[in-house]
Design a binder for this molecule. Structure first.
Ligand code: ATP
Length: 241
């Protein structure tokens, strides 16, 4: 645990580069305060002092980064599982990497990876979760929720971190060996837009259809008049309409 870090993901990546053999799967870096947190595409992640759970876990994939397909979805399932221990039963997932509560964004997942084709992939699983980030005080750029607002009291951040770490360490070995397939029904049961109309934005391009869940690799299945189209994570942003 560090008091202040620019970004727990950046710190973990430094450790991977420096001391490749020092890290064990499931090792975690936590920061009390993160001053330069990032979302996808370098977007900013807001984490006020003491109000956010910001952590990064190391996990290696001996079969290379191809075997990481669906990882951000699995992490979402693990976070929802951890939240159940705090009597939060109705968190939902927005493909590919966000956790929603009360229809607003509660947490984000940022996966980064270092590795080459055919060699072990060293992944960093970054999580930012709003514990006490009142929307009356903080504008994070889109509607957001926090655990304090939902529960009416602030849960213990250490216990919350422990629950998230435990649930990740429980699910990741099976995911690493067998892939995302087994977790598809768990993810689909939590899907914010299940069977709803959605719009996908890819750069300047838009694509709309109905959300029909995900395949074994975590790709989103979108139904249009022409049938089902698959979308892989990365450059795609999703909205309901
Ligand atoms: P989106 O969530 O807009 O669909 P995304 O999944 O690509 O896109 P991320 O890159 O995961 O988003 O996260 C960055 C975005 O999250 C920021 O652009 C901002 O809108 C939002 N954000 C930043 N801080 C917080 C926070 N503390 N809580 C909720 N949302 C936040």
């Amino acid at each position: 645990v560090e008091p202040v870090l620019p970004s727990t993901n950046a710190e973990m990546k430094l450790r991977i580069a420096k001391a490749r053999h020092d890290l064990a799967d499931g090792d975690v870096i936590l920061a009390e305060v993160q001053t330069d947190g990032k979302g996808r595409h370098g977007r900013k992640w807001t984490a006020p002092v003491g109000g956010s759970l910001t952590m990064s876990m190391y996990w290696s994939f001996p079969d290379g980064y191809q075997s990481m397909a669906g990882l951000s979805l699995l992490v979402g399932v693990a976070i929802c599982e951890a939240l159940r221990k705090f009597n939060i039963e109705d968190a939902q997932l927005k493909w590919p990497n966000d956790i929603y509560l009360n229809g607003r964004k509660l947490a984000g997942v940022l996966i980064e990876v270092e590795g080459q084709i055919g060699a072990t992939a060293h992944s960093v699983i970054g999580i930012g979760l709003n514990v006490n980030v009142p929307d009356t005080q903080y504008d994070v750029g889109q509607p957001h929720s926090d655990l304090t607002g939902y529960l009416g009291e602030t849960p213990d951040r250490n216990r919350l971190a422990a629950a998230v770490i435990e649930s990740l360490r429980e699910m990741l070995p099976e995911f690493t060996q067998q892939g995302f397939g087994k977790f598809v029904p768990y993810w689909e049961a939590l899907d914010l837009f299940a069977d709803k109309k959605i719009v996908l934005q890819m750069g300047d391009k838009r694509f709309s259809g109905i959300d029909r869940g995900v395949d074994q690799s975590g790709a989103l299945l979108v139904e249009t008049e022409d049938g089902i189209t698959r979308f892989h994570g990365g450059e795609v942003s999703l909205r309901g309409i």
